[in-house]
Design a protein around this ligand. Structure first.
Ligand SMILES: C[S@@+](CC[C@H](N)C(=O)[O-])C[C@H]1O[C@@H](n2cnc3c(N)ncnc32)[C@H](O)[C@@H]1O
Length: 309
């Protein structure tokens, strides 16, 4: 519902020239989402019992983004630096496609094989061939040791050593391996207990702006993508992720509180706010994302929007 007009439409407007696009949020946009994947459904009721720190909402954010990667026809390995008991890697396990020879790659100086096997088993991934354990610090591993090359990996979760230098080392690994369309997740972003993580990541992104761009900050994690697919992903996240979380029972607010030239990154905060979105102070029901459109693309977007409403 557009609060200004009372119309229940997704509107394209407020763009300056052709540099921005705005959405009024509507829950029915969630209808665009693809059908549920069985192995996620299988894992979900047991996931809360796996020891670890990720909150329940993260399960749904990952499930959503992993599905987006499939919509983008991505196939590749998934990886985690710092696997502990497998809470987060079990979500990745639910999405490993054995027919495409995808692997789950886990790096941790203390691999808890038994706990990890049982967590991945809950996600229906029992094949040892599909999981590679590296019992070593991420600061001591080489690409050769991993037998991977650039572009082999579609998802990396960085949750190992919580020092600034480890974060920049792990982002380097992510850069070495991630494909176009790949997603890199950094844990404990904005954590008061680990300020070095945030400072190190921001310094890294400033130093190498062509490597990764921020997509989303949600539930203590920063989500990065390669620059090329970033708009496509943000556009989908902006209209679909909050309804997806609400469908799963979590009230949240999608935030984009500044103009895109300032920072083009979405965030999700727990709890409700006016219409479920929080735009800039000067236009709080507007979500603006940077992108140039030609007329044809604008018409296609408007058609698509009208079809689902
Ligand atoms: C916060 S826990 C990870 C939690 C886990 N990702 C989950 O989903 O519950 C941090 C893990 O990082 C591992 N770790 C510590 N230093 C590391 C390093 N240099 N390289 C890789 N892993 C490391 C620890 O052994 C520990 O298992």
């Amino acid at each position: 519902m557009n609060p200004a007009t009372g119309r229940k439409t997704l509107f394209l407007g407020d763009w300056k020239g052709f540099t921005g696009v705005s959405w009024a949020r509507d829950k029915q946009i969630g209808l665009l989402l693809m059908e549920h994947n069985d192995r996620f459904d299988q894992l979900e009721p047991f996931w809360k019992d796996i020891q670890g720190w990720a909150v329940a909402e993260t399960f749904h954010v990952w499930r959503y983004l992993l599905r987006k990667q499939r919509e983008f026809s991505l196939s590749g390995h998934s990886m985690e630096i710092g696997s502990f008991m497998g809470k987060c890697s079990s979500i990745l396990a639910a999405d490993i496609d054995l027919y495409r020879k995808e692997r789950l790659i886990l790096i941790d100086p203390n691999i808890r094989t038994q706990e990890l096997r049982s967590a991945h088993g809950l996600a229906g991934l029992d094949s040892d061939e599909a999981i590679s354990f590296y019992e070593i610090s991420s600061q001591r591993i080489s690409k050769e040791e991993l037998s991977l090359k650039r572009g082999d990996v579609r998802w990396i979760h960085i949750d190992g050593e919580h020092t600034g230098s480890a974060v920049s080392n792990d982002l380097d690994i992510a850069h070495e391996l991630t494909m176009d369309g790949g997603i890199v997740v950094l844990d404990d972003f904005f954590s008061v207990a680990y300020p070095q993580i945030t400072f190190s990541a921001v310094r890294y992104l400033d130093r190498y702006p062509d490597r990764f761009v921020p997509l989303l900050i949600a539930y203590g994690k920063l989500y990065l993508s390669r620059p090329k697919p970033a708009f496509w992903l943000k556009q989908h996240i902006a209209i679909q992720l909050a309804p997806e979380l609400e469908k799963a029972g979590y009230t949240c607010t999608l935030c984009k509180t500044t103009h895109s030239e300032d920072l083009d990154c979405l965030s999700i905060k727990p709890g409700g706010f006016y219409q479920g979105i929080m735009g800039p102070d000067w236009s709080d029901s507007t979500i603006e994302l940077a992108r140039s459109f030609n007329m044809q693309q604008l018409h296609e977007l408007a058609d698509k929007a009208n079809k689902v409403l």
